[in-house]
Write a protein that binds this ligand. Structure first.
Ligand code: NI
Ligand code: MN
Length: 234
């Protein structure tokens, strides 16, 4: 869509999103592939994925980060403790950052913003503290401003994200149970004042019952709610 000014945003099911800028930077957010029942299995990821962004340590957001980073030569970007955890899982290039900070990733400025959610990482050794849950605002040179909320409840400081960064596209969880559902996401969309919403984190598993239609019914008609199939792009 023209709003995206040449940037391609592809939903891979659940919270996994591939961003490809007009200048050729490939960014994969929250890779959940092998155990994601909605992942488009025939989809071929780009050979080079420059950056993998992780919003928090839950398995449905990080479980494929290490193998994708190894295969596609990616640098993993996450909150400090999660970046260190991923380094311990064999990821050779990491950038640890924290809330309110911005890192420049080629032609994309990635700002880490708040989310309200738990964030422990679990493996055979138990549950590990890997920082708090986060979202990302991606400000792309000559491109759009994108917001990926990660897993979160509704919180009123989304208004600050709108005031500071003016995201044009908001990627919001809508499934409920572990995150916001459609009614909370509708108010989030209003606070964010984004013109396009890409619903995430719904339909993957039976408890994630919220639907894009339920969200759209609660929004003004001038807000576009994308109804993508996994593997489709905005
Ligand atoms: Ni989570
Ligand atoms: Mn999740």
């Amino acid at each position: 869509m023209s709003l995206l000014k040449g940037t391609r945003v592809t939903w891979m099911g659940h919270a996994t999103v591939l961003i490809q800028t007009a200048k050729g930077t490939n960014i994969l957010i929250d890779p959940f592939i092998a155990h994601n029942p909605k992942y488009p299995k025939s989809f071929n990821l780009p050979e080079k994925i420059h950056y993998i962004l992780l919003t928090h340590g839950h398995g449905d957001h990080i479980s494929d980060a290490a193998p994708v980073a190894a295969k596609h030569g990616s640098t993993v970007v996450a909150i400090y403790e999660l970046a260190a955890y991923m380094a311990g899982k064999g990821v050779s290039e990491t950038i640890g950052m924290n809330l309110g900070g911005t890192v420049q990733l080629n032609d994309c400025a990635a700002t880490m913003v708040e989310a309200k959610h738990s964030a422990g990482a679990q493996d055979e050794q138990g549950t590990h503290y890997v920082g708090v849950a986060t979202g990302f605002v991606l400000t792309i040179d000559d491109g759009p401003v994108l917001y990926h909320a990660g897993d979160t409840s509704l919180f009123s400081d989304m208004k600050l994200i709108a005031d500071l960064y003016h995201p044009e596209v908001a990627m919001l969880p809508i499934g409920g149970h572990f995150t916001m559902g459609p009614s909370e996401a509708a108010l989030a969309a209003r606070l964010l004042a984004a013109s396009m919403i890409l619903p995430l984190h719904f339909g993957t598993f039976p408890p994630l019952k919220g639907t894009p239609d339920q969200l759209a019914a609660l929004l003004d008609k001038n807000v576009y709610v994308a109804r993508l199939e996994p593997g489709e792009s905005l």
